[in-house]
Design a protein around this ligand. Structure first.
Ligand code: ADP
Ligand code: MG
Ligand code: MG
Length: 508
């Protein structure tokens, strides 16, 4: 396995490259070009697309880890839906953050404002993604590699659309015989895993749509994608929209977050009515709001954007996710669950067997507060010899926000200690070394890589936004996977943030 993937001759590489770039565009494995990559005068109407960053080969991934990740997804869905339903517990988490994190504070205020008027929709939808790396710990008695969770995403979990396409691309290249024959003992039909993420995530949105029921006014129904503008990763989202219509017969529309107040209104029953700019006299009733924006402070440029969020949250549409579900995805929640000896997991997952399976995937995470664990973390993070084994994370999503290893002590030194509790300190997961070839912006890069497995999950539940309600899970299923691969010189792995590539699993 050490010589996987093999070196390619110039002719082999040219052939694969030619196949890959045409297949990618033909199948929407694509992104809009970066503004820096193309001059506006060359593409005044923004018609151009380019191949998404991908790996040439599917990366080797331990079969047992892959299967573990997929099989525990339903338990993770259950865990995070239970957290989202437990307002009192979440309040305790948020209270530790409100003074040090304005964004979390604003989200919480939005929840309180809706609560004051009364929630009119008690169904919530989560399209989740649990991210992992393979971890080998030679000091353990069980040297088999295991999965350790990097993070759990509860909002705008992306790449489900492109992931289905990249696993199909690798299967195409294999079926064509494009890979050198020396790979045949590894790259086999039953080792290449097709991700069903586009289709299954669309099924999740369709489940929300159906659970909403009919329009009492007899209006046509739709799902609303609330998006960033501009959005380079638009085709990833388009795959979900097309699967929603083609496989589930559900219509959806895209609205930039900044245009929500212009194109939607609430009627007297707080139904969310969408009047599309292309046909303002047509009214659709929105069943499900799918947020692909609103997860980052950068999305809230002006006070009106918070009004827009409140407006959507107050509506009778099902939110994917609700504010409380978004807050459940805070890194702080993951830390509270994973701090050594934490009692919290049991509160949400009473079944010991299930809880212990999830527990095995937790890497140690510490708070940076005045608790015992916090004081231990302070020692670890401020000493440069121990800090190199850690990553420091704020309560942010979307990549590019973390502080790694030796950068941690000087970072903390500059940060007033009152601000430290906004961060969590997590042990770095050290995956086994692998190699691959990444194609990004037409440039071929070969070298050591790090792979991150994401497992998608769909959960639809009732209850929780009203006090004292326990709630009921209506749908819970695993929804395919994502493999993201980055050069081993980069700490970050975000594809959209420009660090990684989409990949698929070759199980070994
Ligand atoms: P975000 O919500 O911004 O995606 P993540 O927690 O996923 O934040 O961190 C971003 C990236 O940093 C990950 O994709 C991964 O490459 C790297 N990373 C984060 N935590 C760890 C960790 N504990 N061990 C190794 N790499 C990590
Ligand atoms: Mg995230
Ligand atoms: Mg991440």
């Amino acid at each position: 396995m050490a010589d996987y993937p093999p070196e390619l001759s110039a002719e082999e590489q040219n052939f694969i490259f030619a196949e890959l770039k045409d297949w990618s565009i033909a199948h929407g494995l694509a992104v809009r070009p970066a503004p820096s990559f193309i001059q506006q005068s060359q593409d005044p109407s923004s018609v151009l697309a380019t191949t998404a960053p991908v790996t040439i080969f599917p990366s080797l991934f331990p079969r047992r880890c892959f299967e573990d990740g997929l099989s525990i997804q339903k338990a993770y869905n259950e865990l995070y839906s239970a957290i989202a339903r437990d307002e009192e517990w979440l309040q305790g988490i948020v209270e530790e953050l409100v003074d040090v994190d304005d964004f979390v504070a604003k989200l919480w205020q939005t929840h309180l404002a809706v609560k004051k008027e009364g929630y009119v929709q008690d169904i919530s939808l989560g399209l989740f993604r649990s991210d992992y790396m393979v971890h080998e710990d030679p000091s353990q008695t069980d040297p088999l590699p295991g999965l350790k969770q990097v993070e759990f995403n509860t909002i705008a979990s992306s790449f489900g659309g492109l992931s289905s396409q990249v696993s199909a691309l690798h299967r195409y290249l294999f079926a064509l015989g494009a890979y050198p024959s020396s790979t045949s003992s590894l790259v086999k039909a039953d080792a290449l895993r097709q991700s069903q993420s586009a289709s299954r995530l669309a099924n999740g949105l369709a489940a929300g749509h159906r659970a909403y029921g009919e329009s009492k006014k007899g209006l046509p129904l739709c799902v609303l994608f609330v998006v960033q503008d501009p959005e380079r990763n638009v085709f990833d989202q388009r795959h979900l929209e097309y699967a929603l219509l083609e496989e589930n017969d559900v219509r959806s529309f895209r609205v930039p977050f900044g245009k929500v107040l212009a194109y939607t209104k609430l009627d007297g029953d707080r139904n969310l009515i969408y009047n599309p700019p292309h046909s303002p006299s047509t009214s659709y009733e929105v069943t499900t709001i799918y947020y692909r924006a609103g997860y980052s402070p950068d999305d809230y440029v002006k006070e009106e954007d918070w009004e827009a969020r409140l407006h959507l949250e107050k509506s009778r549409a099902i939110k994917c996710p609700s504010v409380l579900t978004q807050l459940a995805g805070c890194k702080k929640v993951q830390q509270v669950l994973a701090t050594p000896h934490s009692p919290h997991l049991k509160r949400f997952l009473p079944d010991d067997e299930v809880a212990s399976q999830l527990l095995k995937t937790f890497a140690p995470i510490y708070p940076l507060d005045k608790s015992d664990a916090g004081l231990e973390a302070k020692k670890l993070a401020t000493d440069s010899s121990s800090a190199v084994r850690y990553v420091l994370k704020p309560q942010r999503e979307g990549g590019g926000n973390n502080i790694y290893r030796k950068a941690i002590p000087p970072f903390l030194q500059k940060l007033p200690e009152t601000q430290w509790p906004a961060y969590i300190l997590m042990e770095m997961i050290e995956p086994p070394p692998l190699k691959n070839v990444i194609i990004r912006n037409g440039v071929v890069e070969r070298g050591g890589v790090i792979c991150e497995l994401g497992v998608y999950g769909v959960c639809l539940w009732r209850g929780g936004s009203r006090q004292g309600e326990k709630g009921e899970i209506l749908e819970n299923f695993e929804a395919g996977y994502l493999l993201r691969t980055k050069g081993d010189q980069s700490e970050e792995g975000g594809v959209a943030a420009g660090f990684g590539a989409v990949d698929s699993c070759c199980l070994v």
